[in-house]
Structures are given as structure tokens and as C-alpha cells.
Design a protein around this ligand. Structure first.
Ligand code: ADP
Ligand code: MG
Length: 666
């Protein structure tokens, strides 16, 4: 109960006189007496109106509900403290449904300058547990148990960080005596909450490293060196170099690598993946790269084959459609070790696919894969292969710390040089003619165009209609044979989808009309315009992912966000953000602020959703402090065995018992 925290506070230091009120709809408290009560019949039911007076004047108190009970219980001509929001009704200052408390009770009760307001949920409201009831319960609770909370942080932490004690914090958060006391109490409680989450995550990461051994890739040999020194098609960005170093170091410790590689679309994750593969190869290990779709797997296969041209490295593609004969050959060469790199879809995860010595598994676009599938890779060996997960969904760093705190994270935060910013504009439906004209001009220059429609599960039928209507009108406005149009959506058979995609990839069609199925990773450098229809219906990260489909070639690329004229404030901010920036991390920050962490990828499995008092968006500095503190403690005492960490160990044990934060992310 005491852990049910207020979400705001109201100032109850000041008493207003009835002649000091103003019509600002703010909350005030007034001392006065009830001088008259009457019931006024209305069309439906009645309302109760009381005159409330002090020495300076009279205001009206109004109840629309519960009038009978109030009428019977209110005492006339006795001093009350009246609290509520002031408005003006019929030319008179009025407080509707005020809180009333006898002045004598008010003086006796446990109460402080700033009064807590508790978040009221619907269920609580239904049970008539409103703020007042909760506040009363807290008063009772704290009058009884005041000073009896067990300390949950160690002396060392409390001293080092100058925190207030648990007791003081708990008391002050419910009954703050001043802003300063409240701030200290909140800081302490937020820190504690984040600290124990970070302690779990950091510890899990540490244990993972000691518990799970994997192969030690000591050698950097000819495969890596030759490629790095002579075959790199471009100069690596500093971010790419840094990330490769991080991976190299991981692979050489003997501990199991469990690393997340974050990089915006187009930041160049593929080459990093390839270099990691070459390190494995130099140590005589095979590698696998798994992509969520056939198209992506094929693209990876083609670009990596291209990069490895002229080497003796053997590479194969395995997907659902791979013919039996080719499949058999792959199985055999995997087993005898003559195949070095296998790229494919989840077909790779099937039991029949057995490696001689799989040393590294790279998984592209992580959110398409379940936790189960990842762990399946482990079963293919005596030791688990190193795991590198690549994701293009940028998550703000601070959030990543709490969501993926038990993974190691590498970030490519820099795009290759010379990349042209995608020009993004927002257009309304009434501008369609000029948008179409623009598309025709671009197509005339030899470019290709995407037109994407939303597809939301809840309104699927409607959305398909929109898509088909759109396709028809585009077919009319861009007539064949001059214009060729592809269409791809989720209801098509995979083969039909691949066929249409391939026509577009080969440049046989000019326009690709699609639902969001094209969102993931597809690389078609000649496609330079992305039109997003009903863009107000997309989330920010999705808009960003879609936009990332263009801007992959040498040409200037464009993203056109189409929307209706009427937009919600959130939708406006989303579109404005897209127009203003191409930076995936900035976009992720805005997204986080708009939607909260609950909707971001991956957060579902994390404890940060159930935070009682801290806020991952607002309290990032406390989060960092909590993480650093947890790291420092575990560095010397991973099992919390030192006497000075006893308090932490006990609290930690209790928390672990009460929740299943121990979910195995990998
Ligand atoms: P993503 O991170 O989205 O998977 P890719 O690995 O597909 O990005 O790279 C996008 C494009 O950028 C590719 O055409 C790739 O060849 C190119 N690229 C990657 N790194 C560099 C670099 N350092 N300099 C120039 N071009 C690069
Ligand atoms: Mg990629």
C-alpha cells in the first residue's frame, strides 16, 4: 500500500478568502461555514447547492450526485475547510463536488504543505476508492507505522550518493513538508527502483559471461586481413571501425558473445557482419546469417557473394524454396565443413541443418525473430555459437540500457559519408495532382517509386479496400504500357509476392504499390521516391523504417507524406518530426515521448514497464547513476557476499522472488 505513489501534489499551504478568488479554474482551499442548503430540481434528478461563507463573502458549493447523504451529514454554522476547483456559474464563484473537512479534524490530521494526489484507475474509481479515500488510508497507515520501513539500500550507497533514508523517503513522498523534501524523497525512491533493475541486468550479463563459455577466436588471419587491407569497397566509418573492434574483442575472450548491433537503416551493418564472419573463418569456424524474409536473405547472399568474389570462401543460400537437391548439397557441405558461410531464412533453424562447427550466428532485424528461435541456434553445437543480433530499430540509449541491459550493445551512430539526406515533405490529399506530376518527372529520369498504404490489423478489410482503390486510381493515372506497376500485400502467396518484388528489383516496373510488407531491409538503390499514404496513421518508427527504403543510391531521394487535412496534435508532431530530421535516434526519442516505453520494440519483456515511481524518459540521469552504481558494486562482489552489501543482497532476493524479471532474453 505504501508503495502506491502519488503522481502529483497540490499546494495546501495557502488559505484563500472568498474575496480573493479568480476564475482560473485552479484549486483553492477556504475556511468558512455553511449557511444554507437547498435542493434544486432539474430536468433529470436534482442538484444540491450550499452557501459557503467567510467574513469576506459567500460562494456556492454544488453537488450533482450524492446530495442526500451530503445534506444529512453537513453541519451548518461550523467551520469547515473547503477544497476544490473554482469556477464561475450564474455570476457566482462556485466549487463543484468540493472536499470538505471539519476544521477541527483538519488540524488534528497528518497533513503537510503539499498534498499528495494519487493516480486513480478506473477499477478503483468503480469501487468508490477516490483520492480522498486513498489519502485517508495513507494517513492511517503512516500514523501507525511511521518509522518502520526496513532500509533497502546499503550504508555505502546512501552515504556516497547523499540519499535520504527509506523511512524519510517514504514519509516525505506521501506527506512532503517542502518541495526540497519531496525532491529528495523522489530521488531516493526512483534511484532505488532503477538500481535494482540495473543490478539484475548487469549481474545477468556478468554471469552470462562466466557461465557460458564459447569458442575463443584468437587468430586474426588471412581471410580477415586480406579483405580488410585489399578488398574493402570503401573506407569504413569510424563508427564501423569501433564496432568491429568491440566484436573482435568479444570473440577473443572465451566467453559467449551476446551482442546487439544497433544501426540506423543504411548505416552499413552488412560489412560489419561480414568482417565478424571472416574472424570466425580465420579460426576455422562456420557462420550463419539469418534474415526474416527470403528477399532479405537473397539480398544478403548476393551482396556478400559480391564482396567475397575472388576468394576461396564458400557461401550458400538456404530458404524455404531451396530445391531438395541443392538442399542436400548444402547439408553435406555444412557437415563436412567445406561450406563456410550459410545465409538464409529460418529454414536454417530446422533440425536437419547440422553444422560441423558453427562459431557465429548473425541475426538480422531482430524484432522479427522470437526469443525461442534465437535459442535454437544454441542446440546446434556443443558450445553455443557467438550471437550477433543486428537491428535497425534505433532505441534511445538510455532505454536500451534498461531493456537490453543484459546484452552488450554496439551502436553505429554515423552514416557513410556523401549520403544525401532524404528530402521529406508533407502534402495533403488536395495536392495530389502535383505529387503525381512529380512522380512522373522522377520516373522520366529513370527512377522508381514506392507508394505505401497503411495496413492495420483492426481495420484490415477497410485498408485492403483503400489499397485496391489506390492501386486502381494509380493504374488510371499512370497508364500502361508507358508505366508498369507492381503490387505487393500480405494476402498474396509468398511466391507471388517475391515475383512482384523481383520485377521491381530488376527495374521492370516503375511503381511499387504496397502495404508495409516492404518495411524491412529491402535494398533497391534505384528507387528514390517513397510516397506514404494516410501517413498520419503510421507510428514514427514505422515511418522512419519506410523512408529508409529510399536514399540508398547516388540520386537525391524523396519521401512524401500524404495525409488528410484534419490531424491530431500527435500526428502533427510525428509528421513534423519526419520532415525535420533523418536521424533515427532523434526520431526514437520523440517516439518514446509520444508513446511511452510500452510500445517500443522489445520493451514488452522488460521490467521498466512496471515502474512504480521512476520514469525512463524523464529520469535518465538517475537511470545512468543507478547503472553505474550497480556496475561498480558487482565489479568487486558479483554475488553480493561482502558484509557491506548484505542489505542489497536481501532486498535483491526479495525482489527476484516477487517478479519474473529473470526472463531469459537469449
Ligand atoms: P544497413 O545497416 O541498413 O544494413 P547496409 O549494410 O545495407 O546498411 O549498407 C547500406 C549501403 O551503404 C550499402 O550499399 C553499402 O555498400 C554502403 N556502405 C556501407 N558502409 C559504407 C561506408 N563506410 N562507406 C560507403 N558506403 C558504405
Ligand atoms: Mg541491412
Amino acid at each position: 500500500m505504501a508503495n502506491f505513489f502519488p503522481n502529483r501534489y497540490i499546494d495546501r499551504t495557502r488559505f484563500f478568502k472568498t474575496n480573493q478568488l479568480s476564475n482560473t479554474n485552479s484549486e483553492v482551499q477556504i475556511i468558512g461555514k455553511i449557511t444554507a442548503i437547498k435542493e434544486i430540481k432539474q430536468k433529470r434528478g436534482s442538484r444540491l447547492v450550499a452557501q459557503f461563507s467567510d467574513a469576506f463573502g459567500t460562494i456556492e458549493l454544488v453537488w450533482f450526485q450524492g446530495g442526500k447523504w451530503i445534506k444529512e451529514n453537513l453541519k451548518p454554522n461550523i467551520a469547515y475547510v473547503c477544497f476544490g476547483k473554482v469556477s464561475v456559474y450564474n455570476g457566482k464563484f462556485t466549487i463543484t463536488h468540493p472536499e470538505l473537512e471539519l476544521l477541527s479534524d483538519y488540524k488534528k490530521s497528518l497533513r503537510t504543505a503539499m498534498q499528495a494526489v494519487y493516480p486513480s484507475t478506473e477499477t478503483l474509481q468503480k469501487k468508490y476508492i477516490n483520492n480522498r479515500v486513498i489519502f485517508k488510508m495513507m494517513q492511517n497507515l503512516f500514523s501507525e507505522i511511521k518509522g518502520h520501513f526496513t532500509e533497502t539500500l546499503s550504508h555505502e550507497i546512501i552515504n556516497d550518493l547523499q540519499l535520504v533514508s527509506k523511512n524519510e523517503a517514504m514519509f516525505s513522498v506521501h506527506f512532503p513538508s517542502s518541495q526540497e523534501a519531496l525532491r529528495k524523497a523522489q530521488f531516493r525512491l526512483k534511484f532505488e527502483e532503477l538500481f535494482y533493475i540495473q543490478l539484475q541486468l548487469v549481474r545477468k550479463n556478468k554471469l552470462h559471461k562466466t557461465k557460458f563459455k564459447s569458442y575463443k577466436f584468437e587468430k586474426i588471419g588471412a581471410n580477415f586481413n586480406n579483405f580488410y587491407n585489399y578488398n574493402l569497397p570503401f573506407t569504413l566509418t569510424n563508427a564501423q571501425k569501433r564496432v568491429i573492434k568491440e566484436i573482435r574483442k568479444d570473440l577473443n575472450t572465451g566467453a559467449h558473445m551476446n551482442r546487439l548491433l544497433q544501426g540506423d537503416v543504411g548505416s552499413g551493418k552488412t560489412i560489419v557482419a561480414l568482417l565478424a564472419m571472416l574472424i570466425a573463418l580465420d579460426n576455422d569456424f562456420q557462420t550463419a546469417l539469418i534474415a526474416p524474409t527470403s528477399i532479405l536473405a537473397t539480398q544478403h547472399f548476393e551482396s556478400i557473394s559480391e564482396l567475397l568474389k575472388g576468394t576461396t570462401i564458400k557461401i550458400a543460400l538456404l530458404q524455404g524454396a531451396t530445391k531438395i537437391k541443392a538442399r542436400r548439397a548444402i547439408h553435406e557441405s555444412l557437415k563436412d565443413g567445406s561450406l563456410h558461410i550459410l545465409i538464409g531464412t529460418h529454414a536454417i533453424l530446422e533440425d536437419k541443418v547440422q553444422f560441423k562447427n558453427l562459431g557465429l550466428a548473425i541475426i538480422d532485424e531482430q524484432h522479427r525473430f522470437g526469443v525461442k528461435q534465437r535459442s535454437k541456434m544454441w542446440l546446434k553445437n556443443t558450445l553455443p555459437p557467438h550471437i550477433l543480433v543486428m537491428t535497425a530499430t534505433p532505441i534511445p540509449r538510455t532505454l536500451a540500457m534498461s531493456v537490453y541491459g543484459d546484452l552488450d550493445i554496439s551502436v553505429i551512430d554515423e552514416l557513410p559519408p556523401g549520403r544525401k539526406e532524404i528530402k521529406t515533405v508533407h502534402r495533403f490529399d488536395k495536392n495530389r495532382l502535383s505529387v503525381w506530376k512529380f512522380l512522373k518527372d522522377e520516373i522520366a529520369k529513370g527512377r522508381q517509386v514506392y507508394v505505401v498504404y497503411p495496413l492495420i490489423q483492426e481495420s484490415e478489410a477497410m485498408d485492403y479496400k483503400d489499397l485496391m482503390d489506390g492501386y486502381e486510381s494509380i493504374s488510371r493515372d499512370f497508364p500502361s504500357p508507358k508505366y508498369q506497376i507492381s503490387i505487393v500485400h500480405g494476402k498474396m502467396k509468398p511466391e507471388a509476392k517475391d515475383y512482384e518484388m523481383n520485377r521491381f528489383i530488376k527495374g521492370e516496373t516503375h511503381i511499387m504499390v504496397a502495404t508495409t510488407v516492404i518495411e524491412v531491409g529491402v535494398n533497391i538503390p534505384n528507387a528514390s521516391v517513397m510516397v506514404i499514404e494516410s501517413s498520419e496513421r503510421f507510428g514514427l518508427s514505422q515511418l522512419h523504417q519506410l523512408r529508409g527504403r529510399v536514399g540508398r543510391g547516388a540520386e537525391q531521394s524523396f519521401c512524401i507524406l500524404m495525409s488528410s487535412f484534419k490531424l491530431s496534435a500527435d500526428a502533427k508532431l510525428r509528421l513534423k518530426t519526419m520532415v525535420e530530421t533523418n536521424d533515427g535516434f532523434k526520431i526514437a526519442e520523440v517516439d518514446l515521448k509520444l508513446r511511452g516505453p510500452g510500445n517500443l520494440m522489445g520493451t514488452q519483456q522488460s521490467g521498466i514497464l512496471n515502474l512504480r515511481i521512476a520514469d525512463v524518459v524523464k529520469d535518465t540521469h538517475i537511470l545512468k547513476l543507478a547503472r553505474e552504481t550497480a556496475k561498480r558494486i558487482l565489479e568487486v562482489d558479483v554475488n553480493l557476499e561482502l558484509p557491506k552489501n548484505n542489505v542489497i543482497k536481501q532486498t535483491f532476493g526479495k525482489i527476484a522472488k516477487n517478479q519474473s524479471l529473470w526472463m531469459n532474453i537469449s
